[in-house]
Design a protein around this ligand. Structure first.
Ligand SMILES: *[C@@H]1O[C@H](CO)[C@@H](O)[C@H](O)[C@H]1NC(C)=O
Ligand SMILES: *[C@@H]1O[C@H](CO)[C@@H](O)[C@H](O)[C@H]1NC(C)=O
Ligand SMILES: *[C@@H]1O[C@H](CO)[C@@H](O)[C@H](O)[C@H]1NC(C)=O
Length: 421
């Protein structure tokens, strides 16, 4: 048992540490708009008192504040209650909570990755630094290459291409790093076509951007910014939507993969590596642990392990028509997806939207009936209200206002992770 003195000590300690921690995160109100120094770089979280995700983020946010401070980072960490500082939230066009963004040189960069300390710190580090980082020595180049799965590099002197590269960086720095180097710091094995050039190092190899073949530089970077094979979570899959590629996934258990799952995962990896030339332009490859996200997409139960191809441009998906035993079957499946012989399911057509509305209504009502049958019946006593919900779900456009209560990354409810104005 704690005696009174201990309790006192404890509370002094706790109180003291709360004060200490809070000092690293500044509470911002509407006056921020006038008072801020234009040279400052800010990492800001917008929250509301009723948002449970914001509460979960709180300790993480304080940790970020204290770590950035202890590293001597120029980034200042703030937070703002959007229900109180409404002008500020409006200025930053905040719609979802918690909203995490970086504000630098009058530009705001939205963060839409997972809400973990590591994810947010990496974002902060990337966006707060120079848009294009110069790699000035062979050692630095090697070191950087070892640390990045995907690495874009501009090689050459000032040019129009460099201008385009920097413009692309302004928008895509939220996703990936941009480097520049001179020819003499590149690995000896690299043969350059002509300078200037933009290249990407990934999957143990490298290749060049070619305007004629690849189209606009920004789209090419968007397409190539993931490794060919990777672990994909909901946030990543959502972000991959902008790449325009299809994604072949092995769906496996959340934890403790069984032998069959491991086999599925390895099969995808093998196809990804061995058929990169043929399929790398159309597909990304990966595995996803846990089936929540995909069951939301297909509006049904997911078999684990299994294969699925997702078309993120239209929310469509493809399932193998027969059991996939070998890599050969898997390749056939990919071929069938491309040549149209495998039927595309889902999508964002009208009937699918109705189906989604029904599905989401059911998701809302079923737990209600299970947990509180009385209340459920009471609600159903008002068909009108249900009808209204139904119509509302039908009509409303897909991205919704708040993602307060969703437990896992949900595809419907996230803003796009990119720079906005
Ligand atoms: C730079 O971008 C512009 C506009 O997208 C394009 O017309 C031009 O060809 C690009 N220049 C180079 C060298 O890629
Ligand atoms: C994926 O969706 C896009 C956009 O609707 C469409 O143009 C494309 O043909 C689809 N891809 C496949 C393989 O169905
Ligand atoms: C499409 O690809 C599948 C699998 O390779 C093949 O069996 C089928 O004949 C192809 N269909 C067309 C119309 O090319």
């Amino acid at each position: 048992m704690l005696d009174r003195r201990n309790v006192l000590q404890l509370s002094v300690l706790l109180f003291g540490s709360v004060l200490l921690v809070s000092a690293f995160v500044e509470e911002l109100d509407d006056s921020f708009l006038e008072s801020r120094d234009p040279d400052d770089i800010w990492l800001i979280e917008f929250y509301t008192p009723w948002c449970s995700f914001c509460r979960h983020l709180d300790p993480v946010w304080h940790q970020i504040g204290s770590e950035l401070r202890s590293f001597g980072s120029p980034v200042r960490v703030g937070k703002s209650d959007a229900t109180v500082s409404t002008a500020l939230a409006k200025e930053f066009r905040v719609r979802n909570y918690p909203a995490i963004l970086m504000f630098k040189n009058q530009v705001k960069y939205n963060y839409a990755g997972s809400r973990t300390k590591d994810g947010i710190m990496a974002f902060s580090d990337r966006v707060s630094g120079p848009l294009v980082r110069s790699l000035s020595s062979v050692q630095l180049f090697q070191h950087t290459m070892n640390r990045h799965d995907v690495m874009f590099v501009y090689v050459g002197a000032k040019s129009e291409l460099k201008g385009n590269y920097t413009t692309a960086a302004e928008e895509l720095i939220v996703h990936t790093f941009f480097f520049s180097a001179t020819r003499d710091v590149l690995p000896k094995a690299v043969t350059l076509p002509s300078l200037p050039a933009v290249m990407v190092f990934k999957d143990g190899t490298y290749f060049f951007y070619n305007e004629e073949r690849d189209g606009d530089l920004k789209s090419w970077i968007n397409r190539e910014r993931f490794p060919n094979f990777l672990e994909i979570d909901g946030y990543t899959l959502y972000a991959m939507g902008e790449s325009g590629k299809l994604v072949l996934l092995a769906l496996v258990e959340e934890t403790h993969l069984c032998d069959e799952s491991l086999r599925y995962k390895n099969m995808v990896e093998k196809v990804a590596t061995e058929h990169k030339e043929m399929h790398g332009r159309n597909f990304y490859f990966g595995f996803m642990q846990g089936s929540n996200y995909i069951s939301g997409l297909i509006m049904g139960d997911v078999i684990v392990p299994s294969f699925i191809v997702v078309n993120l441009s239209n929310d469509g998906y493809f399932l193998p028509q027969r059991h996939v035993e070998t890599e050969h079957h898997l390749l056939d499946f990919l071929e069938g997806v491309l040549n149209g012989s495998v039927e595309s399911l889902g999508g964002n057509g009208f009937s699918q939207r109705i189906r989604r509305a029904v599905y989401e209504t059911k998701l809302t009502l079923v737990p209600l009936f299970r947990d509180a049958p009385g209340l459920g019946c009471f609600l159903l006593g008002f068909p009108l209200s249900i009808g209204t919900i139904f119509c509302y779900l039908c009509i409303k456009n897909r991205p919704t206002q708040t993602d307060d209560e969703d437990k896992s990354p949900q595809r419907r409810k996230k803003p796009r992770d990119k720079k906005t104005d």
